[in-house]
Design a binder for this molecule. Structure first.
Ligand code: SF4
Length: 381
């Protein structure tokens, strides 16, 4: 039987850079997209033989803004994927889209090429907040894009929202969540704003009025509680889904399953090794110019240690609401979970961690401080 493999493709272009974004994407470089798609197809064709014993069960086009790619280039990429990979008939094929870049023609093109999940980057329904974030769209454009996607037959849509924004309070967040829930997306991802270095927000961080830790905590608990009431299951720290709509591709990251990435900054985990391509579009394009050449893979140090590392397993599994199952841990590592990580027991009494059906998992309040708790229980400390 063929093994399953996830496929990630990075599209490093955006109309403009958002003020908080530290993903690898270039603003105002759309004229490079055709050349980039050509290079991606070359890269995929040159490497495809490595994956012929695998079946692709998830494809994720992320970025950047994949919905900037026009229909002609998208067709070219999709044809290459079909020619080069054995794609499962039940593949989850996700594409990240930004409101203001979607058209009926593009949506029909995605549909025709097998895309069956859209992830729309909304962030907020408050136009002032969107403008502060540097987003190119307003709420009205999101509504049009979402409704158009439904009309074109997309029955699995994720909406990204953010909390902890400058000048945001619980009332603003509640309005955003209420507005989003009216669209009934199958999946909602809710991320807390982090001020990352090398972003415009970082430069003006002293002037931003951000919610304090208590306010952020209230926002997070509000999101978890309200989404549950609205019929969403929280299956990961930041991810909520309606029945059977968990993101297959993202689950691969947390379950340490294999995936391969193409494009600058794309990461892979294949045959026990983790590697990534450099964040550099020009180098990526140049590396594919010579016949038979490939972009350099940067292998992460200590990879062989990481694969067997119980720490990595625990860190990734604890992101999920299913947590770490004692029996699965023992079967995999031949050791008792609580013998290895006895300090987790001290977080049971204050309800940061629960023990249910043989698994230890974070509660909502535990998720909010999960980095701290993990720093207390993992061995590398
Ligand atoms: S649209 Fe997304 S990837 Fe592009 S700059 Fe904004 S946050 Fe970054």
């Amino acid at each position: 039987m063929q093994k399953n493999l996830g496929l990630y493709i990075h599209i490093p272009f955006c109309k403009q850079k958002c003020n908080y974004c530290d993903f690898y994407s270039l603003g105002c470089n759309e004229n490079k997209i055709p050349e980039y798609i050509e290079a991606l197809c070359t890269h995929i064709k040159r490497e495809a033989h490595l994956y012929r014993n695998y079946q692709i069960d998830s494809i994720f086009l992320g970025g950047g803004t994949p919905s900037l790619v026009n229909e002609k280039d998208f067709d070219k990429l999709a044809i290459t994927l079909r020619e080069c990979f054995n794609i499962s008939p039940t593949v989850e094929f996700s594409l990240e889209a930004n409101p203001g870049t979607l058209t009926e023609e593009k949506l029909n093109c995605y549909k025709k090429n097998g895309v069956n999940r859209l992830s729309i980057g909304l962030q907020s329904t408050n136009d002032t907040e969107l403008s502060v974030l540097g987003r190119i769209h307003n709420f009205d454009e999101f509504a049009k894009s979402f409704n158009l996607a439904r009309q074109c037959g997309f029955a699995n849509i994720n909406v990204d929202i953010m909390y902890g924004l400058p000048d945001q309070n619980l009332a603003n967040l509640s309005k955003t969540l209420g507005d989003v829930c009216k669209f009934s997306p199958e999946h909602i991802s809710a991320y807390c704003l982090k001020i990352e270095e090398n972003t415009p927000f970082y430069k003006i961080r002293e002037n931003l009025i951000l919610p304090n830790d208590d306010e952020e905590y209230d926002m997070y608990i509000y999101l978890c509680t309200e989404l549950k009431k609205q019929g969403y299951e929280q299956y990961e720290i930041s991810n909520f889904s309606k029945k059977a709509s968990r993101c297959v591709h993202n689950l691969k990251y947390w379950l340490s399953e294999e995936y391969i990435g193409f494009g600058p900054s794309a990461h892979s985990f294949f045959k026990g090794k983790r590697y990534y391509y450099e964040n550099n579009l020009e180098k990526y394009l140049n590396s594919l110019e010579c016949v038979d050449n490939l972009p350099k893979k940067h292998y992460e140090e200590d990879t062989s240690l990481e694969i067997n590392s119980t720490d990595e397993y625990v860190m990734l599994k604890m992101r999920l609401s299913d947590g770490v199952n004692e029996k699965e841990f023992e079967d995999k590592f031949g050791k008792s979970f609580t013998d290895e990580y006895p300090r987790i027991l001290s977080f049971l009494k204050d309800n940061y961690v629960t023990y249910k059906n043989g698994a230890y998992a974070f509660t909502e309040k535990g998720f909010f401080v999960s980095n701290y708790i993990l720093s207390q229980i993992l061995k590398f400390n």
